[in-house]
Design a protein around this ligand. Structure first.
Ligand SMILES: [Zn+2]
Length: 476
């Protein structure tokens, strides 16, 4: 199957030189890009009659699909449920955990499909999911059906709070926490063995754990060691806020990243989600270990993680640390739209530091694409538009007011346009979003089912009653 997309206005390749080709054509052979270059060169190399499909790109532009480095697909039904004025621990332990422990396998299937629809509509073609609350095979099935690319796992924890909060049942504790580290690691190994490289290699499975207080230090270090043994990666939440760093300092005498580093837990196959509370001397620890960071600007804005006042993301980038972008779950950030995160990261530190040279459009697009691909250990196949890479990309409709006029497509992409201007989203050589429709799922009945199921979960978790705490001292 050979497709030609000809005479595109531009291609933002995000290759090592950030090459922008004005007047570009792309040849796709099955699941891969077999050629990309100036339209005249491609026209000279190929016989148009040899293509199965030819797409007129004369009113379109192209860039690599976005890579979401931190998402919770099991949580998509929790959109707009929890109040937006809670501190993180109250939010997690009194609102999020009760909700998530009432998400059934059927709910989770709908949740993953709904999340994938939102991602494809916003140009995301690959993700790193924190993992299933239930059987990760269900997540893999949903991802396989819709056709997106991604990494998932089993959301694991082994350290419940000493005092079980009011409103938590024994079932909830059993659902959320493995009885000990060894059992958790055995289960995680089983998931990777059974599910890694599913769906024709589009779905990978990692040794993912929740991280922070709900996990022992042994699970943090054990997960990374196990991942290394299995040849995969691991991800967990860490250094997510100043609040977490201060508790770590009080309990262990050091900030979270130093604590993991001191235990030998950092490594190139670890993606730290958030990493907002990083001390100056911890930047070198991350750089030396080639540990990756997934920054979630939307969560920082909604949950007050403090990224703009204490975050060291510009310094991490300057030190050579791979920093991708994540949307986090819909309850944390409100949406799974990586384009919005790209816009936020491009400007957040300019404003916070009163310095126009901070991050900006070029780095923001790299973070949303190739840097994310590096974090996911998948940059050999995705993250840029280059010959031989997977055909994962976004086509923009330039006949849109947000692209009118544009001189520099990079500036227009990051600062002017929104996902409303996406014409098509392709993954693995297949068009999954086009004509305002996801091609592989019927979204109307899916949304209806999602609304019904979300209301039922809220009711089962009793989050619609008064008395759900708005402060906490858990893990203090
Ligand atoms: Zn998260």
């Amino acid at each position: 199957m050979q497709t030609l997309i000809e005479n595109l206005q531009f291609a933002l390749t995000v290759d090592s030189d950030d090459a922008v080709i004005r007047g570009a054509s792309v040849v796709i052979e099955d699941d891969r890009i077999s050629a990309i270059g100036p339209s005249q060169e491609i026209a000279a190399q190929y016989d148009r009659a040899s293509f199965d499909t030819i797409i007129d790109g004369s009113s379109k532009g192209i860039c690599p699909g976005f890579v979401d480095s931190h998402v919770h697909l099991s949580e998509t039904l929790s959109r707009a449920v929890f109040p937006d004025n809670l501190d993180t621990r109250t939010w997690v332990f009194h609102w999020a955990k009760p909700f998530y422990s009432h998400v059934t396998e059927e709910d989770e299937y709908v949740s993953v499909l709904l999340g994938a629809c939102e991602m494809l509509r916003a140009g995301t073609t690959c993700f790193l999911d924190m993992g299933a609350q239930n059987d990760p095979a269900v997540t893999v099935r949903a991802v396989d059906e819709i056709g997106i690319r991604g990494i998932t796992g089993r959301h694991a924890a082994d350290n419940p709070p000493q005092e079980i909060p009011a409103g938590w049942s024994e079932d909830m504790v059993a659902h959320h926490f493995f009885p000990d580290t060894e059992t958790a690691l055995i289960e995680l190994e089983k998931c990777v063995t059974q599910l890694n490289n599913s769906a024709n290699g589009r779905v990978r499975c990692w040794v993912n754990i929740e991280g922070k207080e709900p996990c022992t230090l042994e699970l943090h270090t054990g997960a990374r060691e196990l991942a290394e043994k299995l040849g995969v990666g691991t991800t967990y939440h860490l250094a997510t806020s100043l609040e977490e760093a201060k508790i770590s300092e009080k309990k262990y005498g050091v900030w979270p990243i130093t604590r993991i580093a001191n235990a030998g837990g950092l490594g190139a196959n670890l993606v730290i989600a958030h990493g907002a509370a990083v001390a100056d001397d911890e930047i070198a620890l991350l750089a030396d270990a080639n540990t990756k960071v997934a920054f979630c600007p939307g969560t920082s804005l909604k949950l007050a993680k403090g990224a703009s006042c204490i975050g060291k993301y510009p310094e991490l980038l300057n030190a050579g640390v791979t920093v991708g972008l994540g949307t986090d779950g819909v309850s944390a950030s409100g949406n799974l739209n990586l384009w919005r995160q790209m816009y936020a990261v491009a400007g957040l530190f300019k404003d916070a530091r009163n310095d126009p040279d901070m991050i900006g459009a070029r780095k923001a697009l790299r973070m949303a694409t190739i840097e994310g691909a590096k974090a996911l250990l998948w940059d050999d196949e995705i993250g840029s538009l280059e010959k031989g890479k997977k055909a994962d990309f976004i086509l923009f409709d330039l006949n849109h007011v947000e692209w009118t006029p544009y001189h520099d497509p990079l500036q227009a992409l990051v600062w002017s346009a929104t996902s409303a201007t996406i014409d098509q989203t392709w993954v693995d050589g297949r068009v999954l979003y086009k004509d305002d429709k996801i091609q592989t799922v019927n979204e109307v009945p899916l949304m209806s089912e999602a609304r019904t199921r979300a209301a039922q979960i809220i009711s089962r978790a009793k989050l619609d009653t008064l008395g759900v705490p708005t402060t906490t001292s858990l893990y203090s």
